[in-house]
Write a protein that binds this ligand. Structure first.
Ligand code: ZN
Length: 146
């Protein structure tokens, strides 16, 4: 058994298999968008990507990555600390996107809130046809009757 602390440090800062990622992967599979890899070894380690097609999807936590859709506030104590931290996170997200795009990748970002029940249909409706096109795959199961 490894201690929790060691286990955490082995994983690095990146949390894999969070709930929104699992939601996304289930949806991808049920719509025929299979064959993706997880945490591929390219800048930013995209949560989901298709290396052969150079298509990547990042699932961003709203709080840490400062989602534009959520009305987020900065915690009231240690404002400077939080502001600097959020800026670093956003800066890193931008850098990762630029690196991948300059290497020919198509980069999609999905926010945690976009995978919540009330938003998920709209998210799938907007993103999946585009993904299917980029991947050269046939989209299945888009009929709401399914
Ligand atoms: Zn959000």
């Amino acid at each position: 058994m490894v201690s929790e602390a060691v286990h955490k440090s082995m994983q690095g800062n990146k949390r894999a298999n969070t709930k929104p990622e699992l939601v996304l992967r289930t949806l991808l599979r049920s719509h025929g968008l299979t064959g993706y890899r997880l945490q591929w070894k390219v800048p930013g380690h995209p949560d989901v990507c298709w290396p052969g097609k150079k298509v990547a999807v990042f699932v961003n936590g709203c709080f840490w990555h400062r989602c534009p859709h959520c009305k987020l506030t900065v915690p009231k104590t240690n404002v400077e600390y939080w502001t600097a931290k959020f800026e670093r996170n956003q800066e890193r997200d931008r850098e990762v996107r630029e690196k991948l795009e300059s290497d020919g990748w198509i980069v999609h970002t999905i926010w945690e809130c976009e995978l919540k029940k009330k938003n998920v249909d709209a998210t799938v409706g907007a993103l999946f046809p585009q993904l299917a096109d980029e991947l050269g795959k046939e989209l299945v199961g888009m009929d709401p009757e399914d």
